[in-house]
Design a protein around this ligand. Sequence first.
Ligand code: ADP
Ligand code: ZN
Length: 741
Amino acid sequence: MLKPEAYEILEKQFGFRRFLEAQEKIIESVISGTDTLVIVPTGGGKSLCYQFPALLLPGLTLVISPLVALMKDQVDALERKGVAACFINSTLGPQEQRVRIDNMLRGEYKIVYIAPERFRHEAFVSAVKSVVISLVAVDEAHCVSQWGHDFRPDYLGISRALDKIGRPPVVALTATATPDVREDIKKQLCLRAPNEFVSGFERPNLQLVVEEVGTTEEKFSRLEGVVHEYKTGIIYAATRKNVEKVSAHLRSAGISHIAYHAGLNDADRRKAQEKFIHREVPIAVATNAFGMGIDRADLRFVAHFDIPGSVEAYYQEVGRAGRDGETSECLLLFNYADKRTQEFFIEGSNPTPDQVRAVYHWLRQQPDHDIQMTLDDMASEIPGLKNSMALSSILGMLDRRGYIDRYDIPGKRSRGTRVLRPEVTSSQLELDEVAIKKKATSDWAKLDKVLAFAYHRGCRQHFILDYFGDHAAMSCGQCDNCRSGRIQVAREASGKENDLVRKALSGVARMSVRRADGWEGKFGLGRVLQVLLGSRSQEVLNSRLDELSTYGLLKSYPSSYLRDLFEAMKTAGYVAISAGEYPLIRLSDEGEKVMKGQAVAHLYWPSVEADDAIPQLSAKSLKVVKPGGRKANQSSRSKEGSTFEETLRLFKTGHSFSEIAKIRGINENTIEDHLAHLLATGTQGLHIDSVVPIERQGIILSKSAPSVERLRDVKEKLPDYSYGEIKCTLAAHGRWKTKTG
Ligand code: ADP
Ligand code: ZN
């Protein structure tokens, strides 16, 4: 707990009455001097997490940010709050920089903002050495990671600079970081056993919907439906061509919109964007380049015409809907074949080291080592290159590493290329091959996750929060799966189901190789399915796969059912599929255990429709394991334990709140408090879904603030909902603190 004075500062200097979500815990961690990693989405209140400690700590807080253009605003805002702050960056003349450094040395500031390249200035570093630095805040920390979307080479120098200035405590902050990027931040900044906080990703007013569509015509018709129903929003398409296609269709349907993609010139692009921002048109059709700095809060929908390349991109894009907190629709039109476009992008942005060398070799052979050709012309001349996108990635890579220079040609749109060190041969190029490979694998894995999201049968919000590591989440009650009631939960298989899973896994095992360090895949999923189904196709017969003992083992099942089953086994981690152009399926260690009967399968069982096709697999008698159920906490068996337990026992035997109150002779309000407390603390294995139906939770969440002080505020908006329901839902989702808790 922070000291009472702290709350005074919060109110007096920042004008806030209380902390948002995780702010208080983060600030406690930062003040204690522990390194801290903060992952909170944009608008979640990250600045306070270092500005507030800066005021409580004795020395100076250095804030490192790549956004030079925003520093002045941030400092102005702090000065208005009476905080002594300044920025030192390249927008200032040398004289002014000197003055500010002198002020800093005299201890006149509590907070100083710098860009990471400032550490290249020896004068600055040695000045900082003679100042007491209480804290270094690294903002936009994902920029340190090459797997992130916004890599800044200068961020790699931060850790060394921190060593030079004696390693003060560090807080690193970012709005998006997948587990990969998070690991990278910790590694690259050399954080010492940091406390990690992931919070605030939940967007209860977004209704995430995925719809499978067969044809482009179907997509158009769904889009029209969405436009008519929701009126204002953004339609994202993967390519410029598709933006134009959608735009043409909307035009023919008389729907007013702007189109936005990288093929437009700067002026047209700006004009389109301005029109949308100023609400002159209700709809934007755009590639993912669109959206930065669009702060239009009234967007009622975001639709994806094609699948995005990563879950981060998807969530960032849909996140632009409903900034005003009102319910908004997020529709992903999903056609499996569209994945080809994303694969093309991945191939294009991840050239292999061989391709890089081939391009360099070609460049080096040109007369004067200087080439003035368009990318397309060059790409067609260089052997082994699939597309000009790959070429552009390669030229970028060679340019960054100082092997070539890309220069502007006056009066032309295409640029020239000059080899800077022709004495270096292609085999002497220094390329970080491990990093190149790792980046490609990571991109393929990201696409795979998007597909898993599309096929997901559980709560979609839950899936996404899981992805970001914001594990506090429960079912949202708003997504298509929650709304339809066909939500699936992972559960243990029955005896017969377990046999089926074991057979399917043995089908994989038969077609892979066991190595000392695990299984290695030899075939793709399609071929494994063909064998299990007993296919007579040429590929199967030619490779004599019909002689395997698993051939035809599951031929009584529909192939669509088996596909779903494999998807579920993949989610459960029993099989893994390698990334890349030719994905191979293999068994995991856990899958091997299940196959050998050493563990019982526990998975998102395929949907009921397929289940009907196999009468012998009735799921009715199965024990359902709820998702997100937290482990029973033993310490809850305190003195109070008995009264809570008694309430819980009666609740579990089917009594309503008021009945329990009558039986126990206690006020109904107290009974509600008991249950709310159990839900908030996650003790006794009680799950909110068994107290309040998911759809009702969703409505309650959509009408309540992230942190509720007075239940009455919510109740007023929901006259048909009881205090008990509201209290329990809010407590379970961490939006309301019970008195007992
Ligand atoms: P981020 O850096 O995470 O994008 P900011 O630090 O800019 O977010 O904060 C987003 C908004 O939230 C700002 O308008 C800020 O004033 C507001 N805010 C931050 N903390 C609180 C708080 N404890 N109470 C109320 N508003 C807050
Ligand atoms: Zn949901």
